[in-house]
Design a protein around this ligand. Sequence first.
Ligand SMILES: C[S@@+](CC[C@H](N)C(=O)[O-])C[C@H]1O[C@@H](n2cnc3c(N)ncnc32)[C@H](O)[C@@H]1O
Ligand code: SF4
Length: 457
Amino acid sequence: MTRNANKNNKECEKCWIFDLNQFKMITNSILEENTLVLEINQNYEVSVLMDYDVFLENGILTFKDFVNDNSKSAQVLTGSLKTGILNKMSQSISEGLLNKTTNRRTYYITEPTPLIGHTAFGLIDRGTNVIQVRGLSGCNINCPFCSVDEGIHSKSRKNDYYVDKDYLVSEYEKIADFKGYKKLEAHLDGQGEPSLYYPLPDLVQNLNEINSKNNGIVSIQTNGVHLTEKLIDDLEVAGLHRINLSINAMDEKFSKGLSGSKNYDIEKIMKIAEYIKNSKIHLLIAPLLLPNYNDEEFKKVLDFAVELEQKNPQNTINPITNKKNPIVGPQLCLTYQFGRKIPKMRVWDFPKFYNLLDVYHKEYLKDGINVDLEVPLHGFFGSHGRKRLPCPFKLNETISVTVLMDGRVNGEVIGASKNRVIQIIDCKTDINKLIGKRVKVKVLRVKDNVIVGSMVK
Ligand SMILES: C[S@@+](CC[C@H](N)C(=O)[O-])C[C@H]1O[C@@H](n2cnc3c(N)ncnc32)[C@H](O)[C@@H]1O
Ligand code: SF4
């Protein structure tokens, strides 16, 4: 929590007020009868029961019984009331915030929890110049094909995670240092909707300060729902290089259905797409083909992207390649163990998908338009192999792990060992009894430093 010293001084002058605006992470506050509800970093909530008469206006809490009383005893009493509120906030933050979007408990991740090892939060190094940055989990829509079963309809996701911004940036910098800084891409993606991260422009700016000195970039994947012109402006100033915008249908009804959300508004997304395209941020429209389901709509999204580019071509140069990026990045829908699936969808292999893209490429050429539809896009974005962080564990070895918190899905807990977090799966023991204990774990996965294990009796 960041305190503002001047405001604090003012508060001493008027001990009966408590200015909640001094805490950056409190983004809103309301008083519901005798409960103070604090919004934390826009997405989360903490409730504090008020056992004393207060009123709240513009984020300033006033203790009614002490108004205009600046006596020593009033200062002591109001001081302890304020400490009580702060204690409750810290307790809620450490025990779990409530995610307002997904209704799930959310763990606030900060030092000393490692940030490497899990796919739901933190940092992932897959041995290239791209470092995946996952500041939070949880999504504001419910795509029925979602590979990570996100959104409020999720059956498998139990808890969410939010990573403290300063901690995320400082751990990122350590990896950047290890990888040699040059031409790095910090890619904000994840199990959820990365644009919900707050404060997103600050995160982008901090990462960009690290990367841009050596021709690196910062990029983000998003469903676009949370984007506004103001946020795009702020992200442009912060130095965001590219937005990968997921649009999977152009028809109003179809696109709502594919988002699983009645509030999804394709008109608004189209306007935002155009706004991004006219900014310094590169727009990449990334439609997903769900074979036998959205085939026509997929092609309409390609047409929309091509038309946008024709109208007013983008000219942002990617410093990694020294070239312009393409406007579209077609994707093929796959099925995943914990993902959702549309029953009507057929599963295709990649050669079949590439053939279809080749047909479209030729069709556009006939109209005199040369569209880059080649996938995967690594070549375009300049992704290349780079030394990997070493993994401190070997497959099948038994390690000692301290259990830190409940897991992302049922039967999972999250532990830490040797500066890695470990997903401990198939836990049969009562999870609450495990937290804080040291347990023996057999390592089942080490690939890309994503560590999965199961408990050994
Ligand atoms: C899991 S999402 C997270 C980022 C953001 N919420 C979004 O949808 O853009 C990351 C990417 O995975 C894609 N995706 C989702 N489900 C998929 C699936 N079953 N197969 C392949 N890609 C999928 C999305 O279209 C998106 O481009
Ligand atoms: S694909 Fe992205 S936008 Fe859709 S539910 Fe999953 S995480 Fe959310």
